[in-house]
Design a protein around this ligand. Structure first.
Ligand code: NAD
Length: 373
């Protein structure tokens, strides 16, 4: 290890890191609890053949830190958490492994709630759920949302509308040219809603079958994946992979707005500044793609309710509008305003804990002795 665990915790601002081991189940997991100011630390379980324990630790710290910001900016009362499970290359996971993790999560008494991430499936969540209730994103038949992608797409459309309001003075997508990169789980739903809203859509994907599927079904246009960045459009929508906004691609963009679902769209923080300087309105990824997360955690309100979840997801519009407002107020790019939105909310709510809502036990006993008449 280059640094100690506490040094890493200090760097990312973590409250707690839990190392879990179960030899028989082959479990080696790290649960990172970043910040519980707003509520229980929540975030998925990632299974990966990490090259070292340090790599798994840093991934858990980095991803849980990001979840704190995601929930805070989305207006959800949860903190950031994440679990990483270390496996060997090619190793298969098992029921015993996930149930062992479930027991460790249960032992935290609700300080941490898990969900799906890279390397875990809805079925794995059901194994975890056999041992603990602290799980979100379960399949519909087990009381969950049944998958985040449709909700993520709804949120992206709301974010696009907020951007159009700012740039064109109207939130309408009718007649707007939208270029969607990646028509997988989210992109496909997104194209459907955009077409329903009267947008003029072109798509690109390296998977020819997927392109053909949406072109045939929705009558949209297509471009080759390599020509995609130069397409003239109103909204450029990255819905495939990360780091697509970089030194090479930003000068090629011919759009007014960047608004898509992909995670970590900016190759580096400075690329948010570059977009700002070019006068392109960037809808920060972790704010605009929060719809699935918002829907997944709706389950915590006594069971998943699709109508309520959709209403909450529609608030992505307001969240993007708030980011734009902070960007203008402070004269900073939206990429930086997004962090500020999250930090300001945590700061504003942190003092609430000072207001005592339960009597300490001693005082409660005094109340028994001297009952009010
Ligand atoms: P997906 O794997 O179902 O779809 C991604 C699509 O992008 C695939 O069709 C793939 O062929 C295509 N693609 C890959 N490289 C490409 C390239 N160079 N050019 C064009 N297309 C390319 O993934 P998804 O679930 O739809 O998620 C899309 C993005 O949104 C990812 O970055 C994901 O992390 C992010 N995201 C997804 C959700 C969700 O609810 N699924 C939530 C938040 C963020």
């Amino acid at each position: 290890m280059k640094r100690s665990v506490f040094e890493y915790m200090e760097q990312y601002g973590h409250e707690q890191v839990v190392f879990c081991r179960d030899r028989e189940a082959g479990l080696r997991a790290i649960i990172a609890i970043h910040d519980t100011t707003l509520g229980p630390a929540t975030g998925g379980t990632r299974v990966w053949a990490y090259e070292s324990e340090e790599e798994a630790l840093i991934d858990a710290l980095r991803l849980s830190h990001a979840m704190t910001y995601k929930y805070a900016a989305a207006g959800i009362n949860l903190g950031g958490g994440k679990t990483t499970i270390i496996i060997q290359p090619g190793e298969k996971t098992s029921e015993a492994l996930f149930r062992a993790l479930g027991r460790f999560i249960d032992s935290l008494g609700g300080r941490y709630i898990t969900g799906e991430d890279v390397g875990t499936t809805a079925g794995d969540l059901e194994y975890i759920n056999m041992e603990t209730d602290f799980v979100v994103g379960l399949p519909a038949e087990s009381g969950g949302s049944g998958g985040p992608s449709p909700y993520t797409a709804i949120g992206v459309v709301e974010g696009m509308k907020a951007c159009c309001q700012e740039v064109y003075g109207s939130e309408s997508l009718r007649g707007k040219g939208v270029a969607v990169q990646g028509v997988g789980n989210v992109g496909r739903h997104l194209v459907k809603i955009l077409v329903e809203n009267g947008a003029s859509v072109v798509v690109a994907d390296i998977d020819e079958q997927r392109v053909k599927g949406v072109v045939d079904e929705f009558g949209v246009g297509r471009v080759g994946p390599d020509d995609f960045y130069g397409v003239e459009c109103d909204i450029f929508s990255p819905c495939a992979l990360g780091a697509v906004l970089n030194d090479e691609t930003i000068p090629r963009l011919r759009c007014k707005v960047v608004a898509g679902s992909a995670n970590n769209q900016l190759a580096e923080a400075q690329h948010g500044d570059m977009l700002h300087e070019r006068g392109i309105l960037y809808a920060p990824d972790f704010i605009i793609n929060a719809g699935g997360t918002i829907a997944d955690t709706d389950q915590l309100e006594g069971g998943f309710n699709a109508e309520r979840a959709k209403k909450k997801v529609a608030r992505v519009y307001d969240n993007i509008a708030k980011v734009i407002e902070i960007s203008k107020r402070d004269g900073i790019p939206t990429s930086r305003a997004a962090d500020r939105l999250a930090e300001e909310r945590i700061e504003r709510m942190s003092h609430l804990k000072r207001i005592r809502v339960k009597m300490p036990k001693k005082i409660a006993r005094a109340a028994d002795i001297f009952p009010r008449r």
